[in-house]
Every structure is written in C-alpha cells, then in structure tokens.
Design a protein around this ligand. Structure first.
Ligand code: GTP
Ligand code: MG
Length: 382
C-alpha cells in the first residue's frame, strides 16, 4: 500500500485549521488594584501578549474587554478598581451583570468562565480588611452562579510572605476555588539576588480543574508555562484516537484498507498540534507522515511490516484473512501519537527546529523514534 503523504499532510493542515477555528473562547475577569501585576500575569501565562494590545473596549462603565482576532481568549479588565469604595461596588455589580448575561446567552463563548482576584504580596503587610469584605460580598453573590473565583497572590516574593498571606486568605473561609501565589516574571533585587518566577504552572492546573471539558483544548492552546499540562491533554487525545482505531480495526475489510485509520490519525495529529499551540506547515507534516506511517514508501502499515512487527506477540499480529486487528490498529495509532508528542515537545523546548525534519538525517531520526515507540507499545501489558 502506498500512502499519499502529501495528501495526508494537507488533511492534517485542514484539520488543524478547523480545530483552531472551533476552539471555544475562554473568558476571564481579572480584578485587582492598579499595579498589582494583572497584565504581567496574563502576558506571562498566555501566548500572544494579549494584555499589551491596548486598553480594550469598554463593555460597561468600569469593565474593558481585551480580545484579539483569531485568538480564543477574552480578558475582562477592571481598571480603576482601587479608586474608591463606590468604584469597587460598581465593579462588583457590573461583573455580576456580565456573569448573568453570559449565563442567559447559553453560549459557552459568551459565558464568564473564571474570575481572578489579584492581590499584590509585596505592597501589603497583611491581607487588607476592605479587600476581604469586598471579596466576601462578591463571592456570596457569585455562589449561585458557580463561576469559580481564584485568588492570585501576585509578585509573590518573598515566598514565605506569599505563603503567610495564602494562609490568611484561606482562614477567611471564602467561597473561592483556590489561593495561588505566583511570581509571573523573575524579579531582580540586585546583581546577586534574582527571585525566580514560580506558580504559573499551578495556576494552569487549577484552571484545568475548574474549567469545563469544552475549554480544556483552549486552555492548553493558550497557556505557555506548563509542558506537563500540555502533555497530559495530548495523551488524552491519543487515548481517544486509539479507542477509535481499535474499533476500526475490527471492521473486516481487506488489509489494504488500513488506510481507513488515517482520518482518525489525522484528527489526533491535529488535536495534539492545537494543544501545543505551535504553527505547522505542510513541509513539516509531510516529512512527519512520510517518515512514520509512510516510511520508505512501503509504509509500516503494510501487511508484511505489521506482520513482522507483531508476529512474535500471540494474538496481536494475526492478520487473519488480511484483516488488521483492533489491537494492531491501536498500537500503530499509539506509537504515532507518542512519536508526535515527543516531536512537539522538542520543538516547544526549542531543541529541534521544524526545518530539521526536512533533511535525510531528520527523517531517519523520526523513523527511528516512531519504531522505538512501536516497540514500546508492543511491550505494554494488554
Ligand atoms: N519582576 C516582576 N515584575 C512584575 C511582576 N508582576 C508585575 N510586575 C511589575 O509591576 C508593575 C505593574 O505590573 P502590571 O502588570 O502592569 O500591573 P497591572 O495590574 O496590570 O496594573 P494596571 O494595568 O495599572 O491596573 C510592572 O512594572 C511590572 O513589570 C512579576 O511577576 N515579576
Ligand atoms: Mg494592566
């Protein structure tokens, strides 16, 4: 069987574009006094420097919406929150109105998904009592809407003080999801001492816990701080594809129709790409496809190769009557998914450039990586 690698690469590109277009928009309200580090937090957590794109558009008197074309995130900023009590009351009422509007729209793209209340660790000796009072009133009102409120302790240095404040906020027994201390960017005190950024990966994990399933791909696509979280979500995409491939493998068609696995695998590649939030092009995807499932033109999906790979495992390589078994289909899909995740990881970390895959050496390396994954998955307990 000869795979049309060029066509498959194009299908991958189309599937990626389609998935990106269909990502649900994540809507976050960010509240906190001026200078606490809201913009820095947003720009450090999410790709694309969204908080730098101006002041945003006023949606109510006190709330501005920051969004970018073709970008699945909207930030509702609340400038001037510190100005007066009257101002803070207005912010509260307007955020509640916004939540209510979102709920009534019954559209996930319009709903408010999360609220961050930011408190600066550095500037506060203790947790300011007026902020406690505001937060208590606010969370009492949002309780019935079930919109999660996360308290983010920004500029969290020294760490010991950040942890102390975390304890103080927690003691208040507010209706909040979590208190997370962070330092969004390294902070230099002098040439000797630089406090290292921390906590953003934890914020991603908490977001992942509180956000609905439909926003998990969006979250991973946007966030740029936790490789672990991306890998976890990518593994879920592989599991979904493997389950589908397993079923497809049981359809009794001639073995040449192992190509019927391709749509499932294309969709898996697209899902993983979107989770990593990386830009892909056709040359890269063609190189990936040809050096894995299309290796050497003969393709490892070919009957002989699969037979050779799996004949040592009882019950796996039995391509009886030229039918690919569900297990074999699952194994190939797993190996392909794992190889692609490894590849995305290398590119994400800057350890590999896309162009590296265009060379003969690059392709050979990829082929070996895929074969390695095939032999790993072979050893998995069944
Ligand atoms: N090194 C370091 N500096 C930070 C951090 N967070 C905020 N800053 C600095 O603190 C200042 C204020 O941060 P912003 O992110 O602009 O604060 P903001 O809450 O958006 O302020 P407004 O937009 O005025 O409401 C800037 O000079 C940031 O560089 C951090 O995590 N690390
Ligand atoms: Mg700002």
């Amino acid at each position: 069987m000869q795979l049309d690698t060029d066509k498959i690469a194009q299908q991958c590109l189309d599937a990626i574009a389609d998935k990106i277009k269909n990502l649900k928009t994540l809507n976050i309200v960010v509240i906190g006094k001026s200078g606490v580090g809201k913009s820095t937090l947003i720009n450090s957590l999410f790709r694309g420097n969204v908080a730098e794109t101006g002041l945003g558009r006023p949606v109510t008197q006190e709330i501005r919406k920051i969004e970018k074309k073709d970008y699945p995130l909207a930030i509702y900023d609340t400038p001037g929150f510190e100005l007066s009590q009257d101002q803070q009351k207005k912010v509260k009422d307007e955020v509640l109105k916004l939540i209510d509007q979102g709920l009534r729209s019954q559209d996930i793209n319009q709903a408010i998904h999360c609220i961050w209340y930011c408190i600066n660790v550095g500037a506060n000796r203790t947790f300011d009592s007026s902020e406690v009072a505001w937060l208590r009133e606010f969370t009492e009102s949002t309780k019935s809407t079930k919109v999660p409120v996360i308290v983010v302790l920004t500029q969290g240095v020294p760490k010991s003080k950040a942890l102390e404040m975390k304890g103080l906020v927690e003691q208040e027994n507010l209706q909040i999801s979590k208190v997370i201390p962070v330092l969004a960017q390294d902070m230099a005190f002098d040439e000797e001492y630089v406090a290292r950024a921390y906590g953003l990966d934890q914020l991603v994990d908490v977001l992942s816990e509180v956000l609905p399933g439909d926003l998990q791909d969006t979250l991973q696509n946007l966030q740029k701080v936790s490789l672990e979280a991306k890998k976890k979500q990518a593994q879920a995409a592989v599991a979904t594809a493997v389950a589908a491939a397993f079923g497809e493998g049981f359809v009794p068609l001639p073995f040449a129709d192992a190509a019927m696995l391709i749509p499932t695998q294309v969709s898996m590649i697209a899902a993983i790409t979107v989770i990593f939030g990386l830009d892909m092009n056709k040359s890269f995807l063609t190189a990936f496809v040809s050096s894995t499932i299309g290796a050497g033109g003969a393709t490892v999906l070919g009957r002989a190769v699969v037979g050779n790979l799996f004949k040592l495992i009882p019950g796996v390589g039995t391509t009886v009557g030229g039918v690919i078994s569900g297990t074999t289909a699952g194994l190939i899909t797993t190996a392909l998914g794992q190889a692609y995740i490894l590849l995305m990881e290398l590119i994400y970390k800057g350890e590999l450039r896309k162009e590296d895959l265009y060379t003969k050496e690059g392709k050979t390396r990829m082929t070996n990586l895929f074969k390695e994954q095939l032999s790993f998955t072979k050893k998995l307990p069944r």
